[in-house]
Ligand binder design. Structure first.
Ligand code: EPZ
Length: 430
């Protein structure tokens, strides 16, 4: 088991390069198997979830050739198996995107049913509703989803819930269905648009991604392409909040500022100065942050994946703030860890009331999930003492070179693998 040990107190200052979007990449890797020709994918983030997805794809017989840390070639022409084992689903839920991809291409897929996870129960009824509407027979057998169809047909579908996963999964299955599919009440997140753009680059005919209605005219076959994944707006937002809570001055490079609108707006509300460039955003924080109210919503609302980061900032802001989490039911666990660092928080249902304190004090805490783990690191960087964070494998699932990037901005953070290494760090930093 590894930990992050952090000696906070330094303002983070400098520029940091943002990697490709993990959540776009996971879906695009699945979609890449839909053609028998070779697809080159660039700007792939080098994080654990991506490696697991590549293993799942290789596991069904696709050819996966890692060109370098950020580029991969995939050829789906060698697939022999339509069955994704529970082992993969257990590690990354997003391997369920192979359900839509395999069903769309071959008319058959078997994928272990994902359970809940640390952030909530996470049903997939909308994915299954979409596959059924396309004419697939979908059964749950022995813990597996089995989807089959001799002939997928275009359909008119209205999602009951705005879901990123269901929008992407059903869009993939519909890409090769017979005729026109109209999907209403779809998710509009940048990664939904990126997956549609990728599918179009391999020959699909998808219009409207980024709006509430997506129209997909099915095609018979898909072809090769070279595609570069969009920057990760959540990674970017995480570093922007790191600047805010450490009273720093950080410029995130290689971003699409439009994707960061909701985050920028909240950083403004709490008193940060923001400068936007074509593909960079600078955040400058001086003095104490101000309180605000925030509610997570589907894009273009404030993202649930940025909720813990703003939570840390508000726990240090002057005054009383509230956070309402409206997407997942279990995304406040990090607040208990923050309370161990001195934050004053009351949680009732899906809302948290936070009385900002002037300072946190260092403590030993645990990362409850990916985004919450990253947010707790930021809390550690804003704390004068030493903070030790356990369970950091969550963070490594989705943030490339997290500690290296923080160190390049002046953060004092190390990854340790034993109590001895922790003590050595503490002696070194005094
Ligand atoms: C994606 O999850 C992301 N994961 C999540 O990021 C992110 O938090 C979430 O979207 C919301 O933006 C990936 O892209 C791999 P949803 P997803 O389907 O697709 C309900 C991270 O840290 N729902 O948009 O699973 C669901 O319970 C991760 O990178 C149904 O009721 O999210 C939730 O309340 C964590 N039925 C809401 O919809 C369904 O069939 C939104 O979930 C599907 C979803």
């Amino acid at each position: 088991m590894e930990q992050y040990v952090i000696k906070g107190g330094n303002p983070l200052v400098g520029e940091v390069e943002i990697s490709g979007a993990k959540n776009a990449a996971l879906a695009i890797l699945a979609a890449a198997i839909m053609t028998d020709e070779t697809v080159l994918i660039e700007n792939l983030p080098d994080v654990n979830d991506i490696n697991v997805m590549l293993e799942a794809i290789a596991g069904i017989g696709a050819t996966v050739q890692r060109v370098d840390r950020h580029k991969v070639k995939i050829n789906g022409g060698t697939i022999t198996d339509f069955n994704i084992e529970y082992d993969y689903i257990k590690k990354i839920r997003a391997s369920y995107y192979l359900l839509g991809a395999l069903l769309g291409k071959y008319g058959r897929a078997e994928v272990a049913l994902p359970g809940g996870c640390n952030i909530g129960s996470r049903p997939i009824d909308q994915h299954l509703k979409g596959f059924r509407a396309l004419g697939a027979e979908v059964d749950i057998e022995h813990g597996k989803i089995v989807a089959e169809s001799d002939h997928l047909r275009g359909t008119h579908l209205y999602f009951d819930v705005v879901s990123v996963g269901a929008t992407i999964n059903v869009m993939m299955a519909a890409a090769m269905a017979d005729g026109l599919t109209i999907m209403e009440n779809v998710a509009k997140e940048p990664h939904v648009v990126d997956v549609a753009n990728f599918l179009n680059s391999i020959g699909a005919n998808i219009r409207g991604a980024g709006t509430d209605v997506i129209k997909i005219r099915g095609v018979d076959s898909l072809h090769k392409s070279e595609y570069s994944i969009i920057p990760d707006q959540i990674e970017a937002g995480t570093f922007m909040f790191a600047a805010a809570v450490t009273k720093g001055d950080v410029t995130v490079l290689n971003v699409i500022p439009k994707h960061l609108d909701a985050t920028i707006s909240k950083l403004n509300d709490i008193g940060c100065e923001i400068e936007e460039f074509d593909d960079a955003v600078r955040v400058v924080a001086k003095g104490r942050l101000r309180s605000t109210q925030v509610k997570t919503l589907p894009y273009p609302g404030y993202p649930t994946d940025m909720q813990p980061q703003i939570g840390v900032a508000l726990a240090l802001a002057k005054g009383t703030s509230t956070i309402t989490e409206s997407i997942f039911e279990n995304r406040f666990k990090y607040l208990d860890e923050l309370a161990r660092m001195g934050a004053v928080i009351k949680v009732e249902g899906n809302s948290a009331t936070i009385e900002g304190v002037e300072k946190f004090s260092g403590a030993r805490i645990s990362a409850p999930d990916l985004r919450a783990g990253a947010a707790l690191c930021i809390a550690g960087l804003a704390t004068d003492g030493v903070t030790i964070i356990d369970d950091i494998e969550y963070i490594q699932r989705g943030y490339e070179k997290f500690e290296e990037k923080l160190r390049s901005l002046g953060g004092v953070i190390e990854r340790t693998a034993s109590e001895k290494e922790i003590q050595k760090f503490i002696l070194k930093v005094g």
